[in-house]
Design a protein around this ligand. Structure first.
Ligand code: SF4
Length: 364
């Protein structure tokens, strides 16, 4: 017992010194022997050093929903999914520019566009390139794009248009990938990140916890993201909806989820680490503990699924002694927010899909 304690102390010292961990050391952080509170109090020192006590709030905004030919088993937009979501094809240029203007006027420093699908066609890349140029010419706002797989040439075009950030999640490890998708590979996703990185566009990429992965899979994802110089890491937690191909899987405990978030902070001291979809269901009242490692979260629900109420989210952040660092005018959202469920009563049977109006939060 004493030897174990000494070992973990040395590991925590290594984390504090920002000395790269070995994979074996990283895996040990997720084991039962690691004390979650000690891990989080260690990662809190790093989190505070780079992000103080701020919690950055992000809101997801879909530009195309459904109609995806891919079969990502966890996704309600996948071709095999039976989940009854609202589908719509790409918004037109005027709609997107209007949303960007609204986002800017509400104080946003970044406007994000999310498109379902395998990846953009040449025509779509040209469309996006023109839209990005117009947004950048008219508003001093950062632009983030999440359109799927992309080639180096197409990434170059987007970079030349002024794109600041590209989101494309690895989701899980290479060895677990075939269990969650068969229409594209882990390598396809990694190639996209390399193509984006080669064009000096900031990368946002993370994982989904709770899809039957092992501790080694989680560590493999965290290490792989280091190789592509990731700047922003969303940590999602798998939400089963009736009709998901992946089906219902055992729930990862809140304690383990906190250790996973701590592990990502230990490996990525300076990256923005975000509690994303499913944070309410998996972490519950431990979300404020997870903020000792994470410095950011999604609010107002996820692409197709409602999340916890804005008042609950902000209250949770402030009660825990953190400071809300929003890039949008929260007063507008406070008026339109709907309570889905109290956090302590949140469970997947209460998950609700967003309505069409709720899929367009900026226009709502
Ligand atoms: S490519 Fe994207 S939208 Fe399509 S099924 Fe996979 S995760 Fe869903």
């Amino acid at each position: 017992m004493y030897v174990k304690y000494m070992n973990s102390n040395k590991l925590f010292e290594k984390i504090l010194a920002e000395t790269p961990l070995t994979k074996a050391e990283a895996i040990s952080l997720l084991s039962n022997e690691t004390d979650m509170v000690e891990l989080l109090s260690t990662t809190y020192t790093l989190r505070k050093k780079y992000f103080q006590k701020n919690v950055r709030i992000h809101i997801l905004n879909n530009s195309q929903n459904g109609y995806c030919p891919e079969d990502c088993h966890y996704c309600v937009q996948a071709k095999d999914s039976k989940v009854p979501i609202e589908k719509y094809t790409k918004k037109d240029e005027d709609q997107i520019l209007q949303e960007a203007e609204n986002a800017y006027k509400k104080g946003a420093f970044r406007y994000c566009m999310v498109f379902s699908g395998r990846g953009p066609s040449k025509k779509r890349v040209e469309f996006l390139s023109n839209v990005i140029k117009k947004i950048k010419a008219n508003y001093p706002i950062e632009v983030c794009l999440s359109p799927g797989l992309i080639s180096k040439e197409d990434a170059k075009l987007l970079a030349e248009s002024g794109l600041d950030r590209y989101n494309h999640n690895l989701n899980t490890s290479e060895s677990h990938y075939e269990n969650i998708c068969t229409t594209h590979t882990f390598k396809d996703r990694l190639d996209t990140l390399s193509n984006v990185n080669a064009n000096n566009i900031d990368i946002c990429s993370g994982m989904i916890v709770g899809m039957g992965e092992s501790d080694k899979d989680i560590v493999d994802v965290a290490f792989k993201l280091k190789e592509v110089n990731v700047k922003s890491i969303p940590i999602n937690f798998y939400l089963h909806m009736e009709g998901n191909k992946l089906g219902k899987l055992p729930k990862v405990s809140a304690e383990k989820c906190c250790k996973i978030v701590g592990l990502f902070r230990a490996i990525h001291p300076t990256a923005e680490i975000r509690l994303a979809a499913g944070r309410e269901y998996y972490l519950g009242d431990m979300q404020s503990m997870a903020l000792m490692a994470a410095n950011s979260l999604f609010m107002n629900g996820y692409l197709n699924i409602k999340g916890s109420d804005i008042h609950d989210t902000i209250g949770m952040i402030e009660r825990a002694g953190f400071t809300v660092d929003a890039d949008i005018d929260l007063s507008n959202l406070k008026e339109s927010a709907k309570t889905v469920a109290a956090l302590d009563a949140f469970n997947t049977s209460q998950l609700e899909l967003k309505t069409k109006e709720e899929l367009y939060p900026i226009n709502a």
